[in-house]
Design a protein around this ligand. Structure first.
Ligand code: RB5
Length: 171
């Protein structure tokens, strides 16, 4: 199975650990960054992971930031992505079984590494329970997003990056 993984600068070490964890289990992992601890913007990486999933370049995606809130919101905006932010194993299983989520999100600063590993195990082992009701619900949810103007637009976040270059961020 091919998996895309992405994070912001707050949790790069945890992303690297989970990447190795998944690789040790036989997954092929595409690392969408970020790769260091320099301040960056989580939507960039949520978008990258989401696009790889939506275009079927990979089978599933993993995203993480400090709380997981920001990057899951970004990934969720990509047409074709169903992303769940979870902090426990039951939610990870239900995300796959009920909603066929194709991106799982965690908060690297709020969930322990052991819990994140358990969430990965649960999410990747779980299978979608395909029922007419679940299919209809997912179809409805997927139809909510109609815009895809930014897909594969590498310059989509340029204004934020330029702001960083100008020294306008202070955290
Ligand atoms: C840092 O930018 C922090 O806001 C981020 O890691 C995340 O927690 C946002 O949801």
């Amino acid at each position: 199975m091919k998996v895309a993984i992405g994070c912001d600068h707050i949790v790069t070490d945890i992303k690297d650990h989970i990447k190795e964890y998944l690789e040790a289990k036989g997954f092929e992992v595409v690392d969408c960054g970020t790769h260091d601890f320099e301040r960056t913007h989580y939507p960039i990486y949520g978008k990258r992971v989401g696009e790889k999933v939506a275009t079927h370049e990979v089978d599933l995606g993993v995203v993480m930031c400090g709380t997981g809130v920001g990057i899951t919101n970004a990934a969720q905006k990509i047409k074709g992505v169903r992303c769940a932010l979870v902090g426990d194993v039951v939610s990870a299983i239900r995300a796959k079984e009920d909603l066929n989520c194709n991106v799982i999100g965690v908060g690297g600063r709020v969930s322990g590494v052991g819990m994140i590993e358990d969430i990965m195990d649960a999410f990747f082992a779980a299978e979608y329970h395909e029922t007419e009701e679940n299919n209809k619900l997912i179809e409805k949810i997927d139809s909510l997003i109609v815009e895809d103007h930014c897909i594969n637009d590498e310059h989509f976040f340029d204004e934020f990056l330029e702001k960083w270059d100008r020294g306008e961020y202070h955290d």
